[in-house]
Design a protein around this ligand. Structure first.
Ligand SMILES: C[S@@+](CC[C@H](N)C(=O)[O-])C[C@H]1O[C@@H](n2cnc3c(N)ncnc32)[C@H](O)[C@@H]1O
Length: 334
C-alpha cells in the first residue's frame, strides 16, 4: 500500500527491524564524527568549556548527544581541563547501546544544564514530500514499499502553512520536503535545555537556496542509492535549517570549527627530519581537519546555535564567526 514518505520512512528506519535498530550509521555513511572523531570531539570539548564558563561552572555539567549513533562522539571526547568529574555524558539514541559504553544511554532527551548537540540527527527525522500537480495543486507524494511514487491528497493544515512560509512551489512538477516534523522534533529537544546551549549540525539549506527537486535519498554500505522504504537503506533529506528556530544564529561548519581551534595548517617542514613520526601524525591530523573544513563537503554543513538566553550567546562569542550572508552571495549549495 502506498503511504506518505513520512509514514514510510518512519517504519523503514525506526519500526520493528527498522534500519536504525539493526544498523550502525558508521557502516553506511561518513559523518564528521566518523571522519575525524578526535578533532570533532576536540571542537565540541572547546564549545563545552565555553558553555561551562558562561553558566558559571555548574555541577553537574551536561553534554548530551542526540541521535548519537554508536556513541562515537562522546567516546572520543577528552574531558576538558577544569570540568573533570562535574561532566555528565548522555547519548540519546533509538538504536541499541553498544557494548562497553560507559555513559548514560537513553531514548529520551533528559533535562540539560550545559550543551546539547545533534550531529546529523535531523536529516533522519522522516518528513513528507510534496509535488505541485498539473492543475497547480500541491499534493502529498505517496510511496509504495518498492519505492514507486504516486500523488496523494492535497497538502493541508499546518503542512500547507509551512510550505507557503518556507518552501513555496511555483510550477507544476516542482517538489519540496516539508520540514515541520524536524522543526517540532528540534523544538522539543531544545526545550529540554534548562540552562545552556542547543546546537544542531547538519547538511541543509535556507530560504533563498532551496534545492530544486528536493534531496531525499538513500545510503547503503557507503554508497548513495535510490530511496526505497524497505528497511535496507538509510533514508535522509537535507534540513531546512532556517525554519528550525527562526532568528537563531546559523553558521557554516568551516567557520565554527576554525573559531573553535581546528586548523588544517601543515606542520613545519623541519619536523620531518627532527621528529618523523610526529610529522606524519601531524600530517594525518591536517588531512582529517581539511575534510572537516572542506567548503564543498563537511565544511559546508550548517551549525544552528540556540542558546537558552541572550546572555549566553554573548558569552559564547558567536559574532566573530563569518556568517551565511557570504555563502548566499556565492550561491553555495551543501
Ligand atoms: C545519521 S545518524 C548520526 C549519528 C551520529 N550523530 C554521527 O554524527 O555519526 C542519526 C542517528 O539518529 C538516531 N535517531 C533518529 N531519531 C532519533 C530519536 N528521535 N531519538 C534518538 N535517536 C534518534 C538514529 O537512530 C541514528 O543513529
Amino acid at each position: 500500500m502506498a503511504v506518505s514518505w513520512r509514514a514510510a520512512a518512519q517504519e523503514a528506519l525506526y519500526g520493528p527491524g527498522g534500519f536504525y535498530l539493526a544498523n550502525r550509521p558508521a557502516a553506511h555513511f561518513r559523518t564528521s564524527v566518523h571522519a575525524a572523531p578526535g578533532l570533532f570531539a576536540e571542537a565540541i570539548g572547546e564549545l563545552l568549556s565555553r558553555v561551562d564558563h558562561a553558566l558559571g561552572r555548574p555541577d553537574p555539567l551536561d553534554l548530551v548527544d542526540v541521535g548519537a549513533g554508536g556513541g562515537e562522539l562522546l567516546s572520543a571526547l577528552s574531558v576538558p581541563s577544569g570540568i573533570g568529574r562535574r561532566l555528565r555524558l548522555t547519548a540519546v539514541e533509538r538504536g541499541p547501546r553498544p557494548e562497553g559504553v560507559g555513559f548514560r544511554w537513553t531514548a529520551e532527551v533528559p533535562e540539560v544544564t550545559g550543551l546539547l548537540v545533534a550531529n546529523e540527527w535531523l536529516d533522519n527525522v522522516p518528513l513528507d514530500v510534496v509535488c505541485r500537480d498539473a492543475a497547480g495543486v500541491d499534493r502529498v507524494v505517496l510511496v509504495s514499499p518498492s519505492g514507486a511514487e504516486s500523488l496523494g491528497p492535497a497538502v493541508a493544515g499546518p503542512d500547507a502553512a509551512w510550505l507557503e512560509r518556507w518552501w513555496p512551489l511555483r510550477e507544476p512538477g516542482e517538489r519540496a520536503e516539508i520540514g515541520l516534523a524536524r522543526d517540532v522534533a528540534w523544538a522539543a529537544a531544545a526545550r529540554r535545555v534548562r540552562r545552556g546551549l542547543a546546537v544542531a549540525v547538519d547538511y541543509g539549506h535556507v530560504s533563498d537556496a532551496r534545492p530544486a527537486g528536493g534531496t531525499l535519498t538513500g545510503y547503503r554500505d557507503g554508497r548513495q542509492v535510490p530511496p526505497v522504504p524497505d528497511g535496507t537503506c538509510d533514508l535522509t533529506a537535507h534540513v531546512a535549517m532556517d525554519s528550525l528556530a527562526p532568528g537563531a544564529a546559523l553558521r557554516r561548519q568551516r567557520d565554527v570549527l576554525r573559531a573553535l581551534g581546528i586548523s588544517a595548517g601543515l606542520p613545519p617542514r623541519e619536523q620531518a627530519s627532527t621528529d618523523p613520526a610526529g610529522y606524519l601524525r601531524a600530517l594525518s591530523s591536517t588531512s582529517r581537519a581539511a575534510e572537516l573544513l572542506d567548503p564543498d563537503g563537511l565544511g559546508a554543513f550548517w551549525w544552528l546555535f540556540q542558546p537558552q538566553n541572550a546572555e549566553d550567546s554573548q558569552l559564547l562569542d558567536l559574532e566573530p564567526f563569518e556568517g551565511d550572508a557570504a555563502d548566499r552571495a556565492e550561491g553555495r549549495r551543501v
